[in-house]
Design a protein around this ligand. Structure first.
Ligand SMILES: [Cu+2]
Length: 158
């Protein structure tokens, strides 16, 4: 019995080292991927939006719209004016009162794809995090927002 105890202990040390180095790799890898794509999930219910996630400047950003409500809801935002936005899935592009909106019927899903560059404050030269509100053009009390978070340049200028 005593001999097998020793063998077991000898194996534990290299195993523990292996776990530590794997954990170190796991920390650095996701941050590289985040620079290239952003994913924002917007769940639409009849009483409002639930927003999960954010994106970064220059990233290929996908907003996943999922209408879990019982009626058609819209997604309208200044982002639709600022950059070209491509829609995939069950989204209908409409223009109401001069403002573009994407309508998603009850139970349907759609993806909005765009890329927004950094916004630089001309006075300071510093890139700022951008906040975009959005709303339902059919039910204007429904409102949400998402962030394009600046990850470089705020400290020390990148
Ligand atoms: Cu609505």
């Amino acid at each position: 019995m005593r001999r097998s105890d020793h063998t077991f202990r000898g194996l534990l040390i290299p195993l523990a080292l292996g776990v530590v180095s794997l954990a170190g790799m796991g920390v650095s890898m996701p941050s590289t991927a985040q620079a290239d794509e952003g994913k924002i999930e917007v769940t639409i219910k009849d009483d409002g939006y639930q927003v999960k996630g954010h994106t970064t400047p220059g990233a290929v950003t996908k907003i996943f719209l999922r209408n879990e409500g019982t009626m058609t809801h819209g997604f309208s935002s200044r982002i639709l004016k600022d950059v070209p936005v491509r829609a995939e899935g069950d989204a209908k592009e409409v223009i109401g009162r001069g403002v573009k909106s994407f309508h998603v019927d009850a139970g349907k899903v759609a993806t909005l794809i765009f890329s927004k560059a950094s916004k630089v404050d001309p006075a300071t030269g510093i890139s700022e995090t951008q906040q975009y509100g959005f709303w339902c053009d059919i039910h204007p009390h429904m409102r949400g927002e998402f962030l394009i978070i600046e990850t470089k340049g705020e400290v020390g200028g990148g």
